[in-house]
Design a binder for this molecule. Structure first.
Ligand code: HEC
Ligand SMILES: [Cu+2]
Length: 340
């Protein structure tokens, strides 16, 4: 019925407008982000390989698409219906059948070969294990082979060195993905997946969990710091040291409070009696730039917010709200801020 058509045409315009606004907003927001997991700005060998493969495939397949559409358009125009005319009938023509089977077969073989070549490189050589990253709902536990320390959510690695990551999960399936450095790989409970990476440009790169893993999946980010070998070595040797002894009166009270509160049953602070392993190691918390899997920047205000009400910041997080007086919160924050 014709009357139906007009309103449909009108309805389309606001939809297109909204889509355009949304697209502009997204682009704007992406521009604001301090670190963006931009797959086109690669700074790791495998991320680069994946980008090249993606662009090559996109090119080949675009060629196929354009060729098919062009031929289709030509055929539609040239052989449009005209009275008393019919194109030659080629049904069952062997030459044509062979050609249009062979061309796609060749294309598929080329795509397959390119993919195998790239994935072969991604698996990499058998480097000694250097890092183990364990996905937890909703944070990342990080340890270095042969080194007696643990950290969380912020991974430091030296540039221009091949590194092997052993990836595990403590609960459900997560996916480790730092797009500018390497491809994504799943973290599966009870199974070790390996990823060999070669970061090239020093810098700070954002990583995400790329598999829906529960309520706070969207707040399960990590940061990769690719550093010069000297800077990495400084960081690494500092991490090996036990926690700093608190100096201020508030901080001393804060340490005592944490040791007697439930905090101690979930968190380790090396050099103290606190040795819980359920939550992130806090030994050098103050040297991290973010907390709660890059949900908040590591500032005094945010530490207060987190410790007073983790469930308000990250609803469902496995850190419970522990009832604390503002005084005790201040003491704990003073202590945590000394844990450089
Ligand atoms: C039941 C275990 C549990 C208890 C009790 C607990 N936490 Fe946590 N805590 C966690 C978990 C799990 C996380 C990670 C949460 C996330 O990122 O989703 C965490 C995160 C943190 C972080 C952020 C660490 C980082 O690097 O992101 C701080 C700081 C912290 N807790 C301090 C405390 C303090 C102080 C107390 C006591 C008042 C406490 N926690 C009690 C489990 C616990
Ligand atoms: Cu996850």
């Amino acid at each position: 019925m014709t009357p139906d058509r007009a309103p449909r045409g009108h309805a389309l315009r606001p939809v297109l407008l909204r889509a355009a606004v949304l697209l502009a907003l997204t682009a704007g927001l992406a521009g604001c982000a301090q670190v963006s997991p931009n797959v086109f700005q690669t700074h790791g060998a495998s991320a680069h390989d994946i980008k090249v493969l993606t662009i090559t495939m996109f090119g080949i397949l675009s060629g196929v698409l354009i060729t098919v559409w062009t031929l289709l358009a030509l055929v539609l125009i040239r052989f449009r219906e005209r009275p008393g005319r019919e194109p030659s009938q080629v049904h069952g023509n062997t030459t044509i059948e062979v050609v249009w089977t062979a061309i796609p077969a060749v294309i598929v073989v080329v795509l397959f070969a390119l993919t195998m070549q790239t994935t072969g490189r991604l698996v990499g050589s058998a480097e000694p294990v250097q890092l183990t990253v364990t996905g937890h709902q909703w944070w990342w536990q990080v340890s270095y082979t042969g080194a007696d320390f643990e950290t969380a959510n912020e991974i430091h690695i030296p540039a221009d060195q091949t590194i092997r990551l052993d990836l595990l999960s403590a609960d459900v399936i997560h996916t480790f993905w730092c797009p500018q450095i390497a491809g994504k790989i799943q973290m599966i409970p009870g199974h070790v997946n390996r990823l060999t990476i070669l970061p090239v440009t020093p810098g700070k790169y954002l990583g995400v969990c790329a598999d829906f893993c529960g309520a706070q999946h969207a707040h399960m980010h990590f940061l990769v710091y690719v550093e010069s070998p000297a800077a990495f070595s400084t960081w690494f040797h500092h991490e090996l040291t036990p926690a700093a002894q608190p100096t201020g009166a508030q901080a001393i009270a804060g340490e005592a409070a944490m040791a007697r509160l439930p905090c101690a049953s979930c968190h380790t602070i090396r050099g103290t009696s606190m040795a819980g392993t359920f939550g992130p190691d806090l030994t050098h918390l103050a040297s991290r730039s973010t907390i709660a899997a890059v949900t908040l920047t590591n500032t005094q205000t945010n530490l207060r917010r987190w410790i007073s009400d983790p469930q308000g910041v990250k609803p469902g997080t496995h850190m419970p709200d522990v009832p604390l007086t503002p005084q005790i919160v201040s003491e704990i924050v003073a202590y945590l801020e000394e844990l450089r």
